[in-house]
Design a protein around this ligand. Structure first.
Ligand SMILES: [Zn+2]
Length: 166
């Protein structure tokens, strides 16, 4: 069934397949492995700590209604915290009026304060934003924000807390 040519070709094919597998194994993953959350609780524990509304947003990726939330027009100077673990996420100096009806920021307080993850849903492709410390859902980030970043971190008030400037 296999001619002399195939007998030569098969081992070569085998070697190149091994080579590809080897290369894949050595290649760094496209997204680096995420460290586990620093603050980790069971969903039951979160449920006991959070209000039902905040739990739905933070732990079940819910979205609150626009314009009817605590922070969309909030202008006090201070720091916005994660509503679940109280990590410092956004400075009031980066908050802007986006017209969306949700609190919007053009950058997180530090680069490592949030994690961003591509998400596919009925809404199409979106980039989900989560708290880096406890991995709770906060909202999404869009590319139509103001300068200097061009980003719009569209957050749920129910996922945030606020610490006024002393
Ligand atoms: Zn958190």
């Amino acid at each position: 069934m296999f001619g002399p040519r195939t007998r030569v070709a098969l081992p070569i094919l085998g070697v190149s397949v091994l080579g590809i597998l080897w290369k894949v194994a050595l290649e760094p993953a496209a997204t680096p492995a995420r460290p586990p959350p620093e603050v980790s609780r069971s969903e039951q524990e979160w449920r006991a700590i959070l209000s039902p509304e905040s739990f739905r947003v933070l732990r079940e990726k819910g979205t609150e209604p626009p314009y009817k939330n605590r922070f969309w027009r909030h202008r006090d100077p201070g720091v916005y915290l994660c509503g679940a673990c109280h990590a410092q996420l956004f400075d009031s100096t980066t908050k802007f009026e986006s017209g969306s009806g949700w609190p919007s920021f053009w950058k997180p307080r530090t680069e490592s304060a949030v994690i961003e993850e591509v998400e596919w849903s009925a809404m199409g492709r979106r980039v989900e934003v989560r708290c880096a410390r406890c991995h709770s859902h906060l909202g999404h980030v869009f590319e139509d924000g103001p300068r200097p970043t061009g980003k719009r971190y569209c957050m749920n008030s129910l996922a945030l807390d606020f610490e006024a400037e002393a």
